[in-house]
Design a protein around this ligand. Structure first.
Ligand SMILES: N[C@@H](CCC(=O)N[C@@H](CS)C(=O)NCC(=O)O)C(=O)O
Length: 218
């Protein structure tokens, strides 16, 4: 019996978790969730019912994308990739965590307002974009001397951020494509063009009790 991952295709948190599972070759049973009609098996767990969430074979519940990601690092047989995504050095780990926090706490806040500017009429859309651009500018500087945030190798920082930058880019793709963030564009498109991303974004019908198991990655 494989662990169960409750997931939602377009959710950036779920995308980063699935991306890690895919590249690390850690297999789960995927249950695609419709956020407006979450399955009872998820709701009945109680507490937070956000996705992604993973239930391990031991019945342990991992309710956050980062929990799933760190679990996948511990499960994989590809130890060299695991160590390159999450280096052993404390200083490197701290840098990754600070990028993650900046993304999840600061950038996500402005991204949500930029995406749904009509629901936040205090300021025009361009204002929210400008606040989010502070993060893009910082990323652009970082990527101007390295292929990835931590250097020549992809790390958890890249995987955890790119789904959010993807959303930011998609709000107004003409603006993004014409923007000055050339390094960010190249970095993002590296992810979007990857085989792993195609696997991650494959469409599955909403999960229903009793349906045939969907294994991810396949
Ligand atoms: N901190 C959580 C956030 C997950 C999250 O907010 N997921 C959204 C979808 S993108 C969700 O489940 N929303 C439905 C809800 O809040 O009930 C994580 O890292 O997993």
């Amino acid at each position: 019996m494989f662990p169960i991952l409750y997931s939602f295709r377009r959710c950036p948190y779920a995308i980063r978790a699935r991306y890690c599972l895919a590249i690390l070759g850690v297999r789960v049973q995927l249950r695609e969730v419709v956020l407006k009609a979450k399955p009872n098996t998820l709701l009945s767990l109680g507490g937070s019912s956000t996705v992604p969430q993973l239930l391990t074979q031991n019945g342990e519940r991992l309710p956050q994308s980062l929990d799933v990601i760190f679990w996948s690092l511990a499960q994989t047989e590809n130890h060299s990739l695991a160590v390159s995504l999450w280096p052993l050095q404390k200083t490197a780990q701290q840098k990754i965590v600070s990028w993650l926090n900046y993304n999840d706490r600061f950038f996500k806040y402005w991204l949500d307002r930029y995406k749904y500017a009509d629901r936040h009429p205090d300021f025009p859309e361009q204002y929210y974009r400008m606040r989010g651009e502070v993060f893009l500018a910082r990323l652009e500087v970082r990527l101007s001397t390295r292929a990835f945030i931590m250097g020549d190798q992809m790390s958890l920082a890249d995987i955890c951020l790119f789904p959010f930058i993807r959303q930011f880019a998609a709000v107004d793709s003409d603006w993004f494509n014409a923007s000055k963030y050339e390094k960010v564009k190249r970095w993002l498109s590296g992810f979007l063009m990857s085989e792993s991303f195609s696997e991650v974004m494959k469409k599955y019908p909403a999960w229903e009790e009793g349906q045939e198991v969907v294994y991810f990655p396949r």
